[in-house]
Design a protein around this ligand. Sequence first.
Ligand code: DGJ
Length: 674
Amino acid sequence: VRIDGGGLTLVLAPAPGAAPRVAWFGPELDVGCDLAALAEATRPQRRAAAPDADHGVSVYPEGGWGFSGEPAVVLTAAGETVRLGEGAVEASGESLRVRFTDARLGLSLMLDWRLGPEPGLLTARAELRNDGPHVVGIERLASLALPLPEWADTGYVVGGRWASEFQITPVPLAATLGRTGHGGRTGFDGSAYAIAGEANMDDARGHVIAAHVAWSGESRWCIDTLGTGARQLQIGAAFRPGEIRLEPGARFETPPAYAVLSSRGWNGVRAGFHALARRLTGPLPPRRVHFNSWEAVYFDMDAARLLPLIDAAAEVGAERFVLDDGWFAGRRDDRTSLGDWRVDTARFPYGLAPVIAHAAARGMDFGIWVEPEMVSPDSDLYRAHPDWCLHAAGRERPTGRNQLVLDLSRDAVCAHLLEALSALLRGNAIAYLKWDHNRDLYPVDSPHAQTLGLYDLLDRLRAAFPNVEIESCASGGGRVDYGMLGRCQRFWASDSTDAVERLRLHRTMSPFYPPELIGAHVGASPNPITGRRAAMDFRARVAMLAHMGIEADPRRMSADERETLAAHVALYKRHRVLLHGGVQHWTPDGQVVIAPDGSEALALFARADAAAVARHPPLRVPGLDPARRYRVEVLGGGRELPPMTGDTLARIGLRLPFVQPETAWLVHLKAEAA
Ligand code: DGJ
């Protein structure tokens, strides 16, 4: 069976008695390719000390029937482990389905795989139906189990922590490599991302498969290396023991997994995921320049003191004022008031209206911070409903950032939150919610139900207020995933606004997320988290290449800094359509974003550290139309270099003055009229 899409071909070969195996997953094969010969050439050899019917790694390995690697599925019913067996394949065009049935137990499982339409993309999910008389326990049900091509010898492990998210570490694949989330939310540990590639692949070269599960709860991935040398990648939601029990007549669907196969390193992964993220997000209006109050004033504000801050934000060009924390019922620090989503009357005696009007008069719309899934023990909500939080009866209630988590598996809790948020949005001209989530879930038996409750709440709120944009934040980048995508229009990628850190973070997030979804703010110098000092043009250029914002008090900047900031805000506005709709290529020296028709591009060459050599090679600009000639303008200094063809720019590059540590060049390229 063969399917084609997104520039890929997938060929499944039958394996009598077992699920089909993958005979090819890679760049599109010729139309006339001999599938029987392909199946024969890739058939696993017989080996000693192995089952007689050994078909290698299937599209959905099950445990307990001779396969010695990690199972993708473990189901139990009536005291037995379910047997899936062979599976029937139906395929057409770019998609296929494999159906397994356990007639004795009345169960059917369907895998649904589709290639494209985005370049290199495979989308996979599984669906289980229980038409039998028994309750079925789901211990494991991967969204995708993918036998890996033999070039995949290195895992690229995503991990990180608060204020240093999304680090990627290459690890040679020798045993089983993987991670299971335990915190109830996506978290910082990268458990929703699995990447297998060639060792030493880079931005432009090498094979890689990058996979992600669109789930905001606990996820699990593994890359399994068997004694035969075969490897498989699995990714999906994780389930706690006994968490998911499927009643007779019920159905369970896994979240989708997305895997992008690239033969040109990370840039190919970027092409696939950026196009996918744009499809799932839908069209966005031009991304406004945010001003976020958090690192400017923290909890230290009231209506009167916000007005001059709004003026200062408007003067440097901000277009949205986001009031981050501190605005509601008695909230003076992070110990109280979560759950009481009404405006603090001591700080805002006339409500938010005068503040919002002040912002509007200066051309800014208004956003506000909420953390709806949480409750402070010191809050009216908790006093009224002490049983609404996650807890174990009769046990202590451990807090995180002094707060407890509301139980979103309860309808009453979600109905209350929907009403509270709706009242806030109905009563105020709010264009934007920064939706925060500052702790892991515990104690909880079903984080899965909590995630479904969150999705339902977000979906209902979005349906009622379709024009309100939402940002997903969880202590910075603790809930960045495709389950939130489509529900949210921006990710707060990290609390660290340090430009050196951000340069690295934007690079490591970029395989999965296009720049317009990554919130990036110009912070203060010294940076409040890292203490690093950096020049304003460097800070502003790094933030400009994502969804730009400002998170520092302009009144505490020098006049020069304010002027430089305002100039870069203006540049961002001029180029944001290109930046947020273009094709992004990274190089060792920086990144370039190219208009889909090749007519213009913006490049950022930036260094965090000192170069090892005194003369670095010219800065290459890949991806332009090789035949066209481009005008080259160095922004910020108004300098123009001689025009060059796309071919010369890609193969030779630009001779710019040496890039010193913590400096950046911004270059605009515009194709000359044909
Ligand atoms: C944590 C977030 O990551 C910060 O950006 C800020 O919104 C604070 N919470 C506010 O309490």
